[in-house]
Design a protein around this ligand. Structure first.
Ligand code: FEC
Length: 310
């Protein structure tokens, strides 16, 4: 359906391969066009296969978009809502061509990852700029760079942490150590003065404060397989440190992600949980915001405030 408004909301996420045969092309795109080794492709394909062949990232992103559509309609607005992916179909570039053909001339773009890094969020922006360079007239995109400290997001995370703590039996709750985590990035981002680490820790501190947790911890997860140094400690190593400290119960809060996908299902639910078990610890994780109504409301609030400022 062609929208009547020339303004759209553009909802962005990472992208996920749909079939095992997509994995090589997907991984190559993530690596900026450099083909990964056959071994690393096979290793990645096996991860997806062990998780049932695919992850729900695309469906969750579409559900958030559908929630936003309904929310906007309820407000009497007829903005179209489009979904674009960074590393797989529907690619940002293809969607922007469609938006242009549909008559869209201005858009507010939000990445469903709240914390800014030039390497992460900056990459989405780059794909938007590249797509715009191919259009007859660029779509004027108002790009939201960060929203990790927005009260509505913090409130969703507060609820998820409280619910996460409630997963432990009453008698164990006082023993729980809360460990926040996010996707690691190469340490070179520090040389750029990149705000990623500070933004993540500020979000974590604000959520901990709302819940009343004073002793919370931080670890990184999902570091890539390149030879350069990545931000640490990695969660798997950090679990060993925690075990040595005598910690027995852990609630992991992957605050850098908003949806369930490979990096949550594999790196936390499989690897970290297994490692914790080997160390004699109990590890639970918080649910992800996914397409929860309060999360859709939070995204709407962030977008609304941003548009109000524009
Ligand atoms: O469910 C799925 O299929 C997709 C899961 C997925 C999400 C995700 C989010 C982020 N990544 C970030 C940074 C990097 C950097 C590299 C990198 C590599 C991968 C690989 C897979 C992958 N990422 Fe990802 N990421 C997801 C999946 N990511 C698969 C390739 C195998 C591997 O290295 O593990 C390294 C690139 C390189 O080698 O040159 C850097 C960041 C996020 C969170 C922000 C966002 O969601 O956009 C940062 C979801």
């Amino acid at each position: 359906m062609t929208p009547t408004s020339t303004h759209a909301l553009f909802v962005l996420a990472y992208g996920t391969p749909e079939r095992p045969e997509d994995v090589e092309a997907y991984f190559t795109h993530i690596r900026g066009g450099r083909t990964p080794s056959a071994e690393s492709v096979q290793h990645l394909r096996e991860k997806y296969e062990k998780l049932g062949g695919r992850t729900p990232l695309k469906e969750i992103t579409e559900a958030v978009a559908e929630g936003l559509r309904a929310r906007l309609r309820a407000e009497g607005r007829d903005d179209a809502v489009y979904v674009g992916m960074k590393h797989w179909h529907p690619y940002i570039k293809d969607v922007m061509h469609r938006m242009y053909d549909d008559g869209i001339r201005t858009a507010t773009a939000i990445v469903l990852a709240p914390h800014y890094s030039k390497m992460s969020i900056g990459g989405y922006r780059k794909y938007i700029d590249e797509a715009n360079a191919q259009l007859p007239t660029p779509i004027q995109v108002d790009f939201i760079e960060r929203w990790g400290e927005h009260p509505s997001f913090l409130s969703v995370m507060e609820t998820l942490v409280r619910d996460g703590l409630a997963k432990f039996p009453d008698g164990d709750r006082a023993k729980v150590t809360v460990v926040f985590s996010a996707h690691s990035l190469p340490q070179k981002i520090r040389e750029w003065g990149d705000p990623y680490e500070a933004e993540l820790r500020a979000s974590a501190a604000a959520v901990a404060d709302r819940v009343g947790i004073t002793d919370w911890r931080w670890a990184w997860q999902s570091a890539g397989g390149t030879t350069e140094p990545w931000l640490g400690p990695d969660i798997l190593d950090y679990l060993e440190e925690l075990a040595a400290e005598g910690v027995s119960h852990i609630l992991q809060v992957p605050i850098g992600f908003t949806a369930e996908h490979l990096e949550v299902w594999w790196d936390i639910d499989y690897e970290a949980r297994e490692k914790a078990g080997e160390l004699g610890m109990v590890l639970e994780r918080t649910e992800l915001p996914n397409a929860r109504p309060d999360f859709v409301e939070a995204v709407r609030a962030v977008v609304g405030e941003h548009e109000g400022r524009g």
